[in-house]
Design a protein around this ligand. Structure first.
Ligand SMILES: *Cc1c(COP(=O)(O)O)cnc(C)c1O
Length: 371
């Protein structure tokens, strides 16, 4: 009976249509108030997030890429400073460093697909000043070894936690370990809005002060520009939508973990694929499954087979690691990451999936490897 079921990778229109009535009246109310820029819905959203994340400051920004650039600038990056990143991240991580004046230096990722501490340590030079781990796929890096390396070499940690909302390591939230962390509210992110959106988190009053100024042209309350700023405010209407979705955030996370459990039960014994760690694997990690990224033998064939059966999958970053973007000048040799990138595939993972959808995906994958 699951034979005919099609499952999109992400049902973009469901973001609105699944709660169309409530969202329409919300939009009408906020737009009717004329509350467009830096209004109370944004303040409320920032407050809600800071309470949840147990972090002193949350600042709504236009997107996570801007948030990374502003974090580096506020933390005092100098021209030519090297910033170590995982090569398994969005090119935005590297671009944010580039436009802040720094030099992005990609390193290997480990078996958990997150930045490999050994590779970080091996790559540090006299110019390295920042470490920017990506909290990938809704999982937080093992922050203890990274913090140890950062302390030893006097590196400032800024987290690309664009995919990390709600994820924890030893009980502490992704995005709250470093000098600053960031979030993305791109529609397909675990908390998504109706367009672009982002935020920066920090416990540091001075970083918060500067980023608040910088997001609004560097202007203080009297309109005097006290530092060089940009226009990177989170739209108030997006903040209102995010406040609405955030009320159900715990449910969203729980649902994603249930889906991960189903994938684990049905696919865990297949020898041709490697799954992410199961939701209850260990006490140090609380994963939120922003993505369900597997490693698969005959990956491209599997993807084509699933597509033919109406099952959407995605290869993250279009299949290219940062250091593989040779046109941007990267020259690193990262053989472990190269090897991994021939095998990565993301299965559908979002709270709109039903159990039947998830089982249908599993059946098609079993079918592929049986044949
Ligand atoms: C989505 C994402 C970004 C960029 O976020 P935007 O809000 O689209 O700028 C950066 N890094 C990672 C790891 C992401 O997944």
């Amino acid at each position: 009976m699951n034979n005919k079921r099609t499952v999109p990778f992400f049902p973009y229109s469901a973001l609105f249509s699944s709660q169309q009535k409530e969202l329409t009246s919300l939009l009408q109310e906020v737009l009717g108030r004329g509350a467009f820029i830096l209004q109370k819905d944004l303040q409320e959203f920032e407050k809600n997030l800071s309470e949840y994340l147990r972090v002193k400051h949350v600042i709504g920004l236009a997107n996570a890429t801007d948030a990374l650039t502003l974090a580096l600038r506020a933390a005092g990056i100098r021209p030519g400073d090297e910033v170590i990143i995982s090569s398994h991240t969005f090119i935005a991580t590297a671009a944010a460093i580039h436009f802040a004046g720094g030099v992005p230096v990609p390193v290997e990722c480990g078996p958990d697909h997150l930045i490999d501490p050994q590779s970080v340590e091996d790559t540090i030079t006299s110019k390295t000043r920042f470490l920017m781990p990506t909290q990938l796929n809704g999982r937080t890096c093992n922050m203890d070894p990274l913090q140890e390396i950062a302390d030893k070499h006097h590196l400032t940690i800024i987290e690309d936690s664009a995919q990390g909302l709600g994820s924890r390591y030893k009980g502490k939230f992704a995005g709250t370990f470093g000098k600053a962390g960031v979030l993305s509210f791109y529609p397909a992110k675990i908390l998504g809005c109706f367009g672009d959106g982002g935020a920066l988190m920090t416990d540091d009053d001075e970083i918060a002060r500067r980023v608040r100024l910088m997001r609004d042209h560097g202007r203080d309350e009297s309109g005097n520009a006290v530092l060089w700023g940009v226009n990177s405010r989170l739209d108030n209407i997006q903040a209102a939508v995010l406040n609405y979705f955030f009320r159900d955030f715990e449910k969203t996370v729980a649902r994603r973990r249930e889906i991960a459990r189903i994938y684990q039960d049905k696919l865990g014994s297949l020898s041709q694929i490697v799954l992410p760690p199961p939701p209850e694997k260990d006490e140090d990690h609380f994963d939120t499954f922003q993505n369900f990224e597997i490693e698969a033998e005959r990956r491209d064939e599997l993807r084509a087979f699933l597509k033919e059966k109406g099952i959407g999958t995605l290869i993250q970053w279009g299949g290219k690691a940062v250091h593989q973007m040779r046109g941007l000048g990267f020259r690193q040799e990262l053989p472990a990451t190269d090897k991994l990138f021939g095998r990565l595939l993301m299965l559908p993972m979002n709270s709109f999936l039903t159990d039947e959808d998830t089982l249908a995906v599993c059946e098609r994958i079993q079918e592929f490897y049986r044949s």
